[in-house]
Design a protein around this ligand. Structure first.
Ligand SMILES: [Zn+2]
Ligand SMILES: [Zn+2]
Length: 226
């Protein structure tokens, strides 16, 4: 079989698991209408940029029998014009046309509505996931704590000051690193006669409280000008 555009011999190649005859110069490929239908139904749409519209040139000869192929609008309203040989039942597919057909399939209203709902839900899940993870960032709180240590040492505070800092950092860092464990501490009495913590605190509040405490020295330093 020869390419209807450049007349070179076509080579058999698999296309997503189906055997097709392809032009090695990239002019397209020859396949049966049945295979094309299966590909259009099965393939996932790719994230690749939209291929430029490449509508079939008219009156290409059929690679199989040589008779003139005719153009047809796939699925009547896809706007993708393919060439088909009525005698052989084969289709000549130009580069990018398969992607256009899959995009057409995905753009039918029912599927588009479902897609939009799924995308929106995924975006919402990501948004809340990121917002929830932020107060629990061990890396970020670790950087803040390390900055304090460096600051105390460079300020000539010496190791006693670092120990004091470590004692101070213990509570906020615990809150940020282990908010679930601390949030589940209930009924803890601080020796004041009645339990101070009587309810399990949501872990997010524990983590945020840890951050407020952790950032206190920074805020104080900013206000007092060190
Ligand atoms: Zn060719
Ligand atoms: Zn033919």
């Amino acid at each position: 079989m020869k390419c209807p555009i450049c007349d070179k011999a076509l080579s058999s190649e698999p296309l997503h698991g189906h055997a097709v005859e392809r032009c090695s110069d990239g002019h397209g490929c020859w396949l049966s209408e049945g295979v094309l239908g299966r590909l259009v139904r099965q393939l996932e749409s790719t994230a690749q940029a939209a291929a430029p519209p490449t509508n079939a040139p008219s009156d290409l000869p059929c690679p199989s029998c040589g008779s003139a192929m005719s153009r047809f609008n796939y699925s009547h309203d896809s706007g993708v014009l393919l060439q088909r040989c009525h005698r052989c039942g084969g289709v000549w597919l130009l580069p990018g046309q398969l992607e256009q057909l899959i995009r057409y399939r995905d753009s039918t209203p029912a599927i588009r509505a479902l897609d939009a709902a799924l995308v929106e839900e995924a975006a919402r899940a990501n948004h809340w996931g990121a917002a929830r993870d932020f107060p629990r960032s061990r890396l970020l709180s670790g950087i803040v704590a390390a900055t304090y240590v460096v600051f105390v040492l460079s300020g000539g505070g010496g190791w006693p000051a670092v120990v004091g800092l470590a004692v101070f950092l213990l509570l906020p860092m615990s809150c940020i690193w282990f908010p679930d464990a601390l949030g589940n501490l209930t009924g803890v009495s601080f020796g004041l006669g009645r339990p101070s913590i009587t309810h399990s605190t949501p872990a997010d509040f524990v983590a945020i409280g840890g951050w407020i405490l952790l950032l206190c020295p920074l805020v104080l330093a900013l206000f007092t000008g060190f």
